[in-house]
Design a protein around this ligand. Structure first.
Ligand code: 8YV
Length: 333
């Protein structure tokens, strides 16, 4: 009987679908994600791994799992999985694309609007009982409409962000590895530098890769307008946090809203948490009931490939492993 390890608790309907497959389903029930050592032990006899962002699925983990055929990531980003190691071993890697794009863009735009209109610091001020007499020159915020947003990475989430920005009458620029059709009226710029110089708001939607690690650092912050606001809902490591702290503290950059940090959770004594112009959320861009449920069901579909022997529907490395895939013809094929 194929065995599936699910490394965090999940929705009961997803669990029921996994169990209905006839697989031996093991859920990691602890309050905390498994440590690396625990993960290595837990995968020993599994055929399918339903993984999460807190699992570093590296070559060591894969080598501890000689039967492993499918790694199904709960999420669209799979930078926690060593894809080259998976390719070498013929292990299918899958994710949950598309389904979370709108919720993620909703969150990114919410962060942009919160920073622009100061909903975070002003509401905290009211709660502290510090709302003073009416003053036409106090509590001033920034407009959203007719300002310029620069979207870095025009994939599915970036496109949804562009749609929202257009709905707010923004001027939308984007930078992407390749020029796409004018997405929702967004204009392509040739370089990240140009995008940074021209934008009032910069929203990051590109995946974390070795090339994009610390892509936003001192040089990039200097290129941005002093009044600009940075929004990051992709991965924390795309931004050099030490440089961000200095830019925000010195006034080089007006504000930042981060859904993602390094590490996660961000330690309570992290310098970024001392800044009023930095809003930090606990990596929740996809965290709506509907979206998380759909992500869980997609992950189930993917991981159940290890039971049926069929290709998982949302496989990211099918072409790379076609010749040596462990999934092919294992059970029913
Ligand atoms: C997930 C995400 O919730 O999809 C992604 O890449 O960052 C989030 O939607 C997160 O990865 C938790 O698994």
């Amino acid at each position: 009987m194929p065995k599936i390890l699910v490394t965090r608790r999940t929705f009961s309907v997803a669990l029921a679908a996994l169990r209905a497959s006839g697989a031996d389903v093991v859920i990691w029930e602890d309050h905390e994600s498994p440590s690396q050592e625990d993960l290595i032990k837990a995968v020993a006899d599994v055929h399918g791994l339903y993984a999460h962002i807190t699992n570093q699925v590296n070559a060591e983990v894969m080598d501890a799992a000689p039967n492993l055929k499918v790694i199904a990531e709960f999420g669209v980003g799979y930078d926690n999985i060593d894809i080259i190691a998976a390719n070498e071993r013929g292990i299918a890697v899958c994710n949950t694309p598309g389904i979370l794009s709108e919720s993620t863009a909703d969150e990114a735009f919410t962060l942009l609007a919160s920073m622009a209109r100061r909903t975070n610091d002003l509401s905290a001020m009211v709660k502290r009982g510090e709302w003073g007499d009416f003053d036409p020159l106090s509590y001033l915020a920034n407009d959203i409409h007719h300002k310029t947003i620069g979207i870095v990475g025009m994939g599915k989430i970036g496109s949804e962000m562009a749609k929202r920005a257009k709905g707010f009458s923004m001027n939308v620029l984007y930078f992407n590895r390749n020029k796409r059709d004018e997405e929702f009226g967004a204009s392509y710029v040739d370089s990240l530098e140009e995008l940074l110089e021209r934008s009032d708001y910069v929203s990051l939607h590109n995946p974390l890769t070795p090339e994009t690690m610390n892509m936003m650092s001192t040089v990039q912050f200097k290129l941005m307008k002093k009044s600009a606001i940075l929004i990051n809902t992709t991965r924390g490591a795309v931004v050099d946090q030490d440089a961000l702290y200095l830019a925000l503290k010195s006034g080089e950059l007006a504000g930042a809203a981060l859904d993602v940090t390094v590490p996660e959770p961000i330690p309570a004594d992290h310098p970024l948490l001392t800044l009023d112009n930095c809003l930090i959320m606990p990596h929740v861009a996809s965290a709506t009931v509907d979206t998380r449920m759909k992500m869980a069901m997609m992950s189930v579909e993917n991981v159940l490939a290890c039971v049926s022997g069929d290709w998982p529907p949302y496989c990211v490395n099918q072409a790379a492993i076609a010749g040596n895939a462990r999934i092919k013809g294992v059970y029913n094929c």
